[in-house]
Each structure stands twice: as C-alpha cells, then as structure tokens.
Design a protein around this ligand. Structure first.
Ligand SMILES: Cc1ncc(COP(=O)(O)O)c(C=O)c1O
Length: 391
C-alpha cells in the first residue's frame, strides 16, 4: 500500500479521464449522455462525477477520494464549507426526538448549529467537559444517537480522549464524530481509535493557502451515501475550481504540516520564557496538562497555540494584547487558520459579544488571550517579530 506522501500526489487520479498530467478544472454544470440508457444510469447513480454538478464532479470526487484515504475511511464527500460538512454530516444521523452529546468547547458556529438550529427541530444537545471522560458516559440517554467531539478544540486547545470516545460509542451503539480540522490527518487519524465520522473545515490545513473554503465528511460508504443524499437537497456542493485548488493544496499537506509543527513548538518554547506572557497553551509543551494524552493520540502537535498576556486586570490585559497584535509584522490579524502564513486573532473580540449573549454558556475567554496559527515562514523571523512586539 502506498505511503501517505505518495497518496497525497496520486490518490484519486482515476477521476482524471484526460491525458493531462494535472486534472483539468471541469468547469461545467452538466454533462453529455451518450444515449437515453446512459443518462438514466448516471441520473440514478450515487455520487456520479459526470451527470450534474450537485451530484458530483471529477475534481471534487478526486479530492474526496484522497481525503478518505488520509482519514482511513471507505469514502468521503467534499462540500462548500466546513459548516456545510458539519451540518450535513449531523443531519444525516439525527432526526426529531434524538439526542447529541457534544463538548462545552467547539467551533462557535458548530455550537450555534446544535443549540439553536437543531433545537428548533426537536433535537436535544447535552454539552460536557471534554477533559472529563466520565462526563460523556454520564450524559448518555436512551435516545442518544451521536457523540460529537473536537480535539484540539477551538480556541482553548483542549484535548478529548479519542480511544475512550471510540470505545464508548461502540459499547453503546452510538455513532461518534470528530471535527479533525485543528489536527489534520497528518497529526491525528481518529479512525485508529474507532471514531466513525470525521469532518473537516478543509478551508484550513487541507487547503492550506487561505484561498478557498471547503469542507469534508469521511465515513463508511453507506453513511457517505446518506450524507450525499442530504447534500443533494441542502445544495452546498464544492465548485470545480475550489475542488481543484483543494487538490493542489493537498499535494503538499505533509510537508506543510510538519514544518508548521516544528515552527509552532519552537515558538511556544520561546514564548513560554517571556515574562510578559502569563500562559502558553500548546499541547506539544511537556508541561501542558494534557501533553501525555496528546502524545498518545497525535503524531504532531499542530500550528495552533494560544497565549495569555500578563496584566493587572482585564483592561490592562486587553490593552497589551492589542499592542502586540498591532506591532506584529508577519502575524496578520485575521480570522481563520491553517494556511502557510501565520495569523493571530483575539478570541474575546471575535466571539466575546456573541458568547455573552448566550445564557448558560460555560466558555469564557480572557481579554488577554491571543490565538495563533503558525505558518511556514522562517522560525527566526517569527521569533524576532514577537521579540519586537513584546519589547
Ligand atoms: C474547528 C473548526 N471547525 C469548523 C469550522 C468551520 O469551517 P468553515 O469556515 O470552512 O465553514 C472552523 C472555522 O474556523 C473551525 O475552526
């Protein structure tokens, strides 16, 4: 069987039916049928890559085949955004009257989807502390159909014990699903721990160049067929050009993620020594409270880290965080993550107001918290940029 780096270049090549070495962009909404029989066949086929764009497309089929391989799953579907992948993946599992167990910490829109949108359709959600294995088990009800985890989670970078969750799901006949966006399949393969469904915001590490939005759902062939049937109705198919960009980005996934892991660890170790920094949250640091668990289930520790700046109160911390943001040259203040360029955001500004409105929400961000997505620039430049910003 081909190694990962080889799969990244060659998996799914059979969807390229031309002589072009690189799959061309199939920029078309519809496809010719040779005769009425082949038209009927393509119309009835699951995920036909050459019938009508919402059903499939050679570029998106090739990207999906590669992502399924990386995640060690039978099949995958790519969609227009990570949220399209998450919402369609969940709607392929639950119906009115069902129950989901999720974490306190998830990407904000995933939480809103579960707590606001699904609730309106009679689907209940219980949120638990992801660092407490027993809390997941205690939340199980007779109508629980799905356990949804995210690890490392956005933005606090807490870790969920995947082996425990995989076993728990199997013991109780409950499907398990993970948002594997932060780790990427280079650093974490949840299928190795028995997780059934893997979703991604492919906008991040998979695409890797901050030039597209995309999402992916991976699972058994039977499950992906269900997701595809939902996607035909919800309609968030990925465009041919974005599928093509995603495939181009994926070719260098292993190289990019390894460099990013290396840069992030070096930066985290340097930041930890700075007196102006109160706390560095990076699962690769040996003093991170969940480092041993991270080491057990991850091959690398990602480019995501969070720092909290010192300050005597909220106002001073906010002021200092703002000064650092404004002074940094190479870390751009922009939402999103996982690209070749380093980005930095202030979570309290991004989600704080939204969080405050939510009654009973247990998440809270310090005003001095900064979330960093480390890129592939030279580490010396990244450190000296921080050196100047902290001075
Ligand atoms: C962990 C995680 N999941 C899902 C999403 C949603 O992805 P998209 O913006 O591609 O819809 C994001 C976006 O930031 C994310 O960070």
């Amino acid at each position: 069987m081909a190694k990962l780096e080889t799969s990244l270049i060659h998996e799914g090549e059979h969807f390229n039916t031309t002589k072009s070495v690189v799959t061309p962009i199939f920029q078309t909404s519809t496809y010719l049928a040779d005769d009425i029989d082949s038209f009927a066949h393509a119309a009835a086929a699951t995920k036909s890559p050459e019938f009508y764009h919402r059903h499939g497309n050679p570029n998106s089929s090739q990207a999906a085949a590669l992502i399924a391989k990386l995640e060690k799953k039978e099949d995958a579907l790519v969609l227009a955004t990570g949220m399209a992948a998450i919402s369609t993946a969940i709607l392929a599992v639950v119906k009115s009257g069902d129950h989901i167990i999720a974490q306190n910490a998830h990407y904000a829109a995933s939480l809103t989807f579960m707590r606001d949108f699904l609730l309106q359709y009679g689907i209940e959600v219980t949120q638990v502390d992801q660092t407490d294995n027993q809390a997941f088990e205690a939340a199980i009800q007779s109508n629980t159909k799905l356990i949804f985890v995210e690890t490392p989670s956005n933005p606090n970078l807490d870790i969920t014990d995947l082996e425990y969750i995989g076993k728990l799901g199997k013991e109780h006949g409950i499907l398990t699903m993970i948002d594997n966006t932060f780790a990427s399949p280079i650093n974490q393969v949840p299928a190795d721990f028995g997780i059934d469904i893997i979703v991604h915001s492919a906008t991040k590490y998979l695409g890797g160049h901050s030039d597209l939005t995309a999402g992916a759902v991976c699972g058994s062939a039977a499950y992906i067929e269900k997701v595809w049937r939902r996607s035909l109705l919800l309609g968030a198919s990925l465009s041919p050009f974005d599928s093509w960009l995603l495939l181009r980005g994926l070719k260098t996934l292993a190289l990019r993620v390894r460099q990013i892991n290396e840069n992030a660890l070096a930066l985290a170790q340097w930041l930890e020594k700075q007196p102006t920094i109160k706390k560095v949250a990076y699962v690769g640091l040996s003093d991170h409270p969940q480092h041993a668990l991270a080491k057990k289930q991850m091959k690398g520790f990602t480019g995501m880290l969070a720092i909290e700046v010192n300050g005597k109160d909220d106002a001073e911390q906010f002021q200092r965080a703002q000064t650092i943001l404004n002074r940094l040259k190479f870390f751009h203040n922009a939402v999103s993550l996982g690209g070749v360029e380093s980005l930095i955001t202030h979570p309290a500004s991004m989600w704080g107001a939204h969080q405050a409105e939510k009654k009973g929400n247990q998440l809270s961000f310090s005003k001095g918290l900064l979330r960093i997505s480390v890129g592939i620039e030279h580490i010396d430049d990244l450190i000296s940029d921080f050196e100047e910003a902290l001075a």
